[in-house]
Design a protein around this ligand. Structure first.
Ligand code: RIB
Ligand code: NA
Length: 312
């Protein structure tokens, strides 16, 4: 381990409400409990990679408020370098209102706030700082301006590698997709991206979606929750089975645990299938505990999850 991961992405102040069931339109429900923590897909992925031993730098923007200070301190507390986390005057730190039901399913509303001020120049500087003689993985998600994601993609050159988690599934330009190695999406996002590209396969099944997206990105990973993940690249298609969680408590940010683990393993030289296997194990640990970052595994947790899966 010990590879270099640079996350260019979002930081949110996550506000959780735990309810029996999600409210219907017009309905008020009372939460059984609530919680607050560092979130945002970017911050979550940075912490997930750092927990697994990667040397992680986060490039992001927070507001000039207490939430921004707390999130930055929290990232640093997880050994993520925050030298390139900036503060935007007069803006609020992004926040997410997250509701989790008794089955561990969630719904999330995000207010981006300061994240919208993360400009392309910040992404270019983050990539330019990378040592030319060591392999690094540059990771973006889509809760920051699209131009910034495009700049990160365009700036990343071998031996470094650009990982794009197209979540949420906003339209992205073809040049960015061509540099996504890999593109990581869940099944819903895969269908949305295929829709944006005008290549929706009949029936929307995972393998056909994978094939369709491989026309745009050199490597594609579609996560399938309890069914594991599908990987496609020029060496073919591979299905990686899921690691069964002990129980499903909270699925929030499980996809970020997956992406962070994939990035950490790729950065340390793992093959894409091995990195995806680590990602599946990380996701399985994450769903078995409450919250996002607080639920992410370290190397020992991952080994335990993998071994338990092996025993069936
Ligand atoms: O993927 C989970 C994350 O999505 C949460 O932490 C929330 O902040 C939203 O960005
Ligand atoms: Na969790």
């Amino acid at each position: 381990s010990g590879g270099i991961v640079v996350v260019i992405g979002s930081i949110h102040d996550d506000r959780f409400s735990y309810v029996d069931r999600l409210p219907a339109p017009g309905e008020t429900v009372l939460a059984g409990s609530s919680d607050r923590g560092i979130g945002g897909k970017g911050a979550n992925q940075a912490i997930a990679a750092a927990r697994l031993g990667a040397g992680v730098t986060m490039t992001a923007m927070v507001g000039e408020d207490e939430a921004g200070l707390a999130a930055t301190a929290g990232l640093a507390g997880h050994s993520v370098s925050v030298d390139t986390v900036g503060r935007v005057a007069g803006e609020v730190t992004g926040y997410a209102a997250i509701t989790v039901d008794a089955a561990g399913e969630n719904s999330i509303v995000v207010h981006s706030g300061a994240n919208q001020a993360l400009d392309p120049g910040a992404a270019e500087r983050a990539v330019a700082q990378l040592p030319a003689d060591r392999r690094a993985v540059v990771v973006c998600q889509c809760e920051i301006p699209q131009a910034t994601v495009a700049a990160a993609a365009a700036a990343t050159r071998a031996p470094h590698r650009f990982l794009l988690n197209l979540a949420p599934a906003v339209p992205v330009d073809p040049g960015t997709l061509r540099r996504a190695n890999p593109l990581v999406v869940n099944l819903v996002e895969a269908a949305q991206v295929a829709g944006h590209l005008g290549v929706t396969p009949e029936g929307n099944n995972p393998r056909d979606l994978l094939t369709a997206l491989l026309g745009y990105a050199p490597a594609v990973v579609i996560t399938l929750g309890a069914d594991g993940a599908l990987i496609g690249d020029d060496s073919g298609v591979e299905h990686v089975p899921a690691v069964r969680p002990a129980e499903i408590v909270d699925t929030t940010g499980a996809g970020d645990a997956f992406v962070g683990a994939v990035a950490a393993y790729l950065a340390s030289g793992a093959t894409l299938p091995d990195a995806v296997r680590a990602g599946c194990a990380a996701g399985s640990v994450a769903v078995s505990r409450r919250g996002t970052a607080t639920s992410y595994p370290d190397v020992a947790d991952l080994a335990t999850a993998g071994t338990a899966a092996h025993r069936g």
